[in-house]
Design a protein around this ligand. Structure first.
Ligand code: ADP
Length: 468
């Protein structure tokens, strides 16, 4: 590949120089021929002129046909003949013509291979000897005239060889660099193309992701709206059922017998249960939509705990179950939304009541350096280790046969955990099947500010942070 490149360069040089050399020779021989008196003494110059002109024209033509070697060879051959003719006819001691072969030697080294100069030198030496021998007598005489041009031309051939070789090496190394650069450029183009394709893919994946996200958000909004609407629509009739059953059960609208009272109580109980399920669904919908807001204040924790403990009594499966209170001397000060904190406590105490058949349920409150803990401990059926996290997932009920006897939706724990976490706390579980469970709420203590110490907490609305 490199040599092809240097050959092309030689051909270009020949295309430029061959017509110039031929032109100069033709002009010179023509001028000198004209200056001669007779054709008899100048015929070889006229012939040289014709040879130079014709070889120049043919050489030019061959170059244009992209056959530079043929063109250069014809011109070289013609010039060898011309110089020989001139030496043969016009040589005299001191003539510079034999030295003109140097031009051909240099030119052939440049046009063809570097060592072609020696070939032309050999031919030139032969022609010089023949031409000069025509004008001298004896070997010594001949030797003294041919030695100079032959030796000088030989050195010129050597110098031309070295320069042409250097030139060739330089050209080839430049062309090798050029090729390398081209190769690099091609590689860069390929990398650029790959990058473009990867970019395009990334772009389309991004678009797909964005679309998927939009669809998911739209679906979530739709679900939330639907749940909100259904919950609101159901709340009014259930309220009516519960209230009317209560009024009827009280006998306010006329006498009712024991059986009727029993049925009305059941209707009222079921109504309340439906209402609490609805409330859970509504909470869940709000949490999912990120619309859930807390109103935090420095709450009366003791009152909330007592209220929850009293409420849970009515939920006990067995009246013999002991409700234990393990309270501290000083109650911790925490900033909570009282309604939501009570809801979480009631959920956990309600579960303890639901899943405990005998033994006891304890509410243990403790204050630590920076936190307060509320442990709801029972001696109920317990939860296997592998379910300690799944029970906090939405709609998860572990043993459906057990759950069916103990009414529930599988929403209590996830909602409670979310409520506690929104207060900056945690809800954890430790439990062993058959031995009971302990759910622990940990909440940060309120900052010790003057206002808080005095117990006059101010309400604060916390904006929703993240969807459930
Ligand atoms: P549910 O309305 O079914 O009680 P929860 O989210 O409150 O829903 O509880 C999820 C599941 O965790 C329950 O179905 C039950 O299997 C289990 N669980 C919750 N609390 C207790 C507990 N104190 N003892 C044993 N199992 C419990």
């Amino acid at each position: 590949m490199d040599q092809v490149y240097s050959k092309e360069l030689r051909a270009d040089t020949a295309t430029l120089l061959i017509p110039i050399i031929a032109g100069i020779t033709a002009l010179t021989t023509l001028l000198v021929a004209i200056s001669f008196d007779t054709f008899a003494t100048s015929w070889h110059l006229w012939l040289s002129f014709i040879l130079a002109a014709l070889s120049g024209l043919y050489g030019w033509h061959a170059m244009r046909k992209e056959r530079p070697v043929l063109g250069a060879t014809i011109v070289m051959a013609a010039h060898l003949c011309i110089f020989f003719l001139i030496i043969y006819q016009n040589w005299s001691p001191g003539s510079m013509i034999p030295y003109l072969f140097a031009v051909l030697i240099i030119a052939s080294s440049m046009f063809a291979q570097p060592d072609y100069g020696f070939l032309i030198w050999g031919v030139a030496a032969l022609l010089t000897t023949i031409g000069i021998s025509h004008h001298t007598e004896g070997f010594i005489d001949l030797l003294q005239y041919v030695a100079g041009p032959i030796v000088v031309n030989f050195f010129i051939a050597g110098a031309a060889y070295v320069s042409a070789l250097e030139w060739q090496l330089a050209v080839e190394s430049v062309s090798a660099l050029h090729l390398k650069a081209q190769h690099r450029r091609d590689e860069l183009f390929e990398i650029q193309e790959e990058l473009r394709l990867t970019n395009a893919k990334l772009h389309s994946t991004n678009e797909e992701l964005e679309k998927a996200r939009e669809t998911a958000v739209a679906e979530r909004d739709l679900r939330t709206r639907f749940m909100n609407q259904v919950s609101h629509e159901l709340r009014t009739p259930i309220n009516a059922i519960v209230n009317f059953a209560h009024i009827l059960g009280q006998g306010e609208l006329g006498q009712v017998n024991n059986r009727q009272v029993d049925y009305l109580t059941r209707i009222e109980k079921s109504g309340w249960h439906s209402m609490s399920v609805l409330n859970d669904l509504l909470d869940l919908a709000q949490m999912n939509a990120g619309e859930f807001r807390l109103r935090r204040e420095l709450a009366d924790v003791q009152a909330i705990c007592e209220e929850a403990m009293s409420s849970v009594r009515s939920l006990l499966r067995n009246p013999d179950i002991a409700l234990m209170r393990d309270y501290p001397d000083t109650w911790p000060q925490i900033m909570v939304d009282p309604k939501r904190f009570r809801q979480a406590l009631l959920n956990l105490l309600g579960n303890a009541a639901k899943y405990t058949d005998d033994g006891q349920i304890t509410l243990r409150v403790r204050q630590h350096q920076h936190t307060a803990t509320f442990e709801i401990e029972d001696t109920g059926i317990g939860i296997a280790e592998e379910h300690h996290e799944t029970v906090f997932e939405e709609f998860r009920q572990l043993d459906e046969t057990i759950a069916r006897h103990r009414i529930g939706t599988g929403l209590g724990l996830p909602i409670s955990r979310h409520l506690i976490e929104r207060h900056g706390g945690t809800l954890t579980l430790s439990s062993e099947p058959g031995k009971g469970s302990t759910f622990t709420i940990t909440l940060p203590l309120a900052p010790q500010e003057k206002d808080n110490v005095n117990g006059s907490g101010s309400a604060a609305t916390i904006a929703p942070e993240r969807p459930f």
